[in-house]
Design a protein around this ligand. Sequence first.
Ligand SMILES: O=P(O)(O)OC[C@H]1O[C@H](OP(=O)(O)OP(=O)(O)O)[C@H](O)[C@@H]1O
Ligand SMILES: [Mg+2]
Length: 180
Amino acid sequence: MHPDLERILFDEETLQAKVAEMGATLSRDYAGKTPLLICILKGAALFMSDLVKRIDVPIEMDFMAISSYGQSTKSSGAVRILYDLERPVEGRDVIIVEDIVDTGLTLAYLRDTMIRRQAASVKIVSLFDKPSGRKVDIQPDYFGFTVPDAFIVGYGLDYAERYRNLPYVGILKSDIYATG
Ligand SMILES: O=P(O)(O)OC[C@H]1O[C@H](OP(=O)(O)OP(=O)(O)O)[C@H](O)[C@@H]1O
Ligand SMILES: [Mg+2]
C-alpha cells in the first residue's frame, strides 16, 4: 500500500468486478441504442476506459475537462469547463461518466449543460458516491460504491494531481493535506 494512505477501501479486483457489473447493466438498459459516453476528465479517465470495454452495445466516446478542486481537498464551488466536447450532444442519449459525486456541484452543472444543449436523454454513472458531501440535491442514476466522509485517492482520483495511477482506492492520510 502507498505510504500516504490510511487504508485501502477497494482493491483492484473489487474495482474491476464492479466495473464489469456496471457495464453489463448499461448494456441491458441501452439495448438497441448508441449512447454517447462523456468522460469527465481527468478523474474519470481510468473508470471510463475500463467501463467501455464491458459494454456490448455500440457506443461513442467524447471527453470534457472540468475542474473545481484544484490543489485542495475542498471544492472551490466554481465549476469551470477547461476543455469542451468535440461534437454536439443534440438528440443523443448521453451518459455522463464520473469517478465521484461529492458536493454534486460538478454533476448539477454538467446535467444542466447537457439539457440546455438538447440531449435526448441524460443519465449519470459514477463509480463512487459520497452522500455525506452533498451540497446540492442530485444523485447518480448508476453508481458503484458508497464511500465514507473522507478524501479518497487512486484509480483516477487525485490530491493535487497525485495518486491517480494507483490501481486501488484508499483514504488519504489527513496529515498529507494538513501540512500541504
Ligand atoms: O461533486 P463534486 O464536489 O463537484 O466533486 C466531484 C468532481 O470533483 C473531481 O474533479 P476535480 O475538479 O478534482 O478535477 P479532476 O477530475 O481533474 O481531478 C471529481 O473528479 C469529480 O469530477
Ligand atoms: Mg481532482
